[in-house]
Design a protein around this ligand. Structure first.
Ligand code: CTP
Ligand code: MG
Length: 247
């Protein structure tokens, strides 16, 4: 069954602070979304690419259409949909626009412009081997602790206090593309659409929705170059990677 790639590009990029949707912000002269589109097409896994752009956007939709014109008849079909207020809403809009009969879906962030083709291939292979959900991930370098706001006398010392330390060897930093059996992902998003707002606000990736259904989520190696551009420092790093190596 054909594979589709969803690219979520409907975020505002508040933390990057460029005053424009993050997917439009230039990296080495080209918008982040263009890098992501080239990466997906280069990976050769998709029959359809569905891009969620900000509501009311024209620039990113236009970028998708001119990108599509570069390719011939065998190229993936590129569909553009309006995203929503949250990332999960944007994924849901894109899922509704997938061609009937789509078997596997990879959900990818436009904010990850340098994801190597190998990562797409590893995710797609795990789906071919029967996984219903698979995520790329890398080991965590920092020690990760949970904290809580201080109360009473303790609040005169500092604002937060440690409540626990996770076992670092078991922790992974999760990237995209995250791959799913299409029906599994659709079902997970349909369920999450009914969650109360405060629970829905805590959705940071697609896999956690599938986890909540009890479906096993497999992990394959990600890649440090598949960093998510969130802050200006990330953009500097990506510029350097592109300038110095075949990133
Ligand atoms: N995204 C989306 N729709 C939203 C929010 C986010 O499609 N309503 C996408 C972003 O475009 C990005 C990915 O989800 O490709 C990861 O989100 P994030 O890094 O948080 O991007 P932004 O939401 O744009 O950034 P910020 O949170 O700093 O505003
Ligand atoms: Mg965001």
């Amino acid at each position: 069954a054909p594979t589709a790639v969803v690219i979520v590009a409907a975020g505002s990029g508040t933390r990057l602070g460029y005053g424009m949707p993050k997917a439009l912000v230039p990296l080495a002269g080209a918008p982040l979304l263009l890098h992501a589109l080239r990466g997906v097409v280069g990976a050769g896994v998709a029959r359809q690419i569905c891009v969620a752009v900000p509501p009311g956007d024209s620039d990113l939709g236009g970028l998708c259409r001119s990108f599509a014109e570069e390719f011939g008849v065998d190229a993936p079909v590129i569909t553009v949909v309006e995203g929503g207020a949250t990332r999960a809403d944007s994924v849901r809009s894109a899922l509704a626009a997938l061609a009937p009969g789509t078997g596997h879906v990879l959900v990818h962030d436009a904010a990850r412009p340098l994801t190597p083709a190998d990562v797409f291939a590893r995710v797609a292979e795990a789906l071919d081997r029967g996984a219903r959900a698979v995520i790329p991930a890398v080991p965590v370098v920092d020690t990760i602790k949970s904290t809580a706001p201080t109360e009473g006398e303790a609040s005169a010392i500092a604002g937060e206090i440690v409540t626990g330390t996770a076992v670092r060897e078991q922790l992974r930093a999760v990237q995209t593309p995250q791959g799913f059996d299409a029906a599994t992902l659709l079902g997970a998003h349909e369920q999450a659409a009914r969650w109360p707002a405060e629970q829905a606000a805590g959705i940071t990736d697609d896999a956690m929705l599938v986890e909540s259904l009890g479906t096993p989520v497999y992990v394959v190696p990600g890649d440090l170059r598949s960093l998510k551009i969130t802050t200006p420092m990330d953009l500097h790093l990506a510029e350097t990677l592109l300038a110095t190596a075949g990133a």
